[in-house]
Write a protein that binds this ligand. Sequence first.
Ligand SMILES: *Cc1c(COP(=O)(O)O)cnc(C)c1O
Length: 392
Amino acid sequence: MTITSFHPPQRTLMGPGPSDVHPRITEALARPTIGHLDPEFIRMMDELKSLIQYAFKTSNRLTLPISAPGSAGMEACFANLVEEGDKVIVCINGVFGGRMKENVIRMGGTAITVESDWGRAVDPKAVEETLNTHPDAKILAFVHAETSTGARSDAKTLCELARKHNCLTIVDTVTSLAGSELEVDEWGIDAIYSGSQKCLSCVPGLSPVSFSEAAIEKIQARKTPVRSWFLDMNLIMGYWGGDGKRAYHHTAPVNQLYALHESLCLLQEEGLENSWERHKLHHQALVAGLAAMGLEMLVPEEERLAQLNAVVIPEGVNDGAVRQQLLAEYNLEIGAGLGAFAGKVWRIGLMGYAANQTNVLNCLSALESALLRQGHTFTPGEAVKAAISIYQ
Ligand SMILES: *Cc1c(COP(=O)(O)O)cnc(C)c1O
């Protein structure tokens, strides 16, 4: 049998990521592949670094994309900053906080966990108590935007607490970057990682990271080598270092980096703050529409993410059947619940290029049709009307 080319369907991606990729980004992927040490490529790398600094709002010199998805950015932060025996306070309010804990243990550290309810922000009071009980803790780690629940934590306050207790911070911003207010230098974040496929609307597989001077000092003062060769920042700095000399470390994913460069150019053209505002606007329209259908949000209003909307599935409605219908009839993907919320919530993403009025109105119409078929009672047509009233 001859296998022929793979042609995926054209979907609208309104799940927890990947999000819709901007056509300018897919076009960038198709540009000619050049050597990863070509002077023209190195010039592009320098621009890429300043574009990531722009998106993170940082002047950290150690700012670059890891050549692997967000999970590798997470692992890079823990592998470099956690040494055998280090005590790390990990905040858990969803799936990704749990993964941070797993990272600490695998790097030989001791994880002290602060558990908050799923669907809520990390509780700063509980974090402060734990910092007081463990004055020898070296690092505070938390997820800014918990994609499994749609909750946004107060990163600024948590970083302040960490600094007061002489802890470095590791912050997961995979879903928050470009979708929510985020100020790396202003808030004093020491190690941060994100992902290309959420609010940057780039293809999956890259993880922008950035490290403060204090974090670099800790990495350089390590008594034991970083346990991962691939993610050892001391080695990666030799390739991404700013002094013009580039040593081969691994073959950079050349075309993917063009795509990330293009996605960040788009962000800069729109303006970072405008991008945050756009996510907020479409979130408000979506929530107004969902409310008109009698649907409830999982997260209290002041802790909600604009880019990830967890909606409680009403009693008697078949989760799988609704998502199946959206995909089959509307080519529309929304996310299922994750972990403890499987079967209980839908996760509607409004990330990057996907955060637009057409998607919001189409998604509401599609949900209306699917919910009518499920026998859910509401007045058809009200959802779109409610959303439009936000736009007017
Ligand atoms: C998506 C996500 C990750 C993992 O990123 P991958 O690119 O899937 O590896 C980590 N943390 C959060 C909060 C995420 O949303």
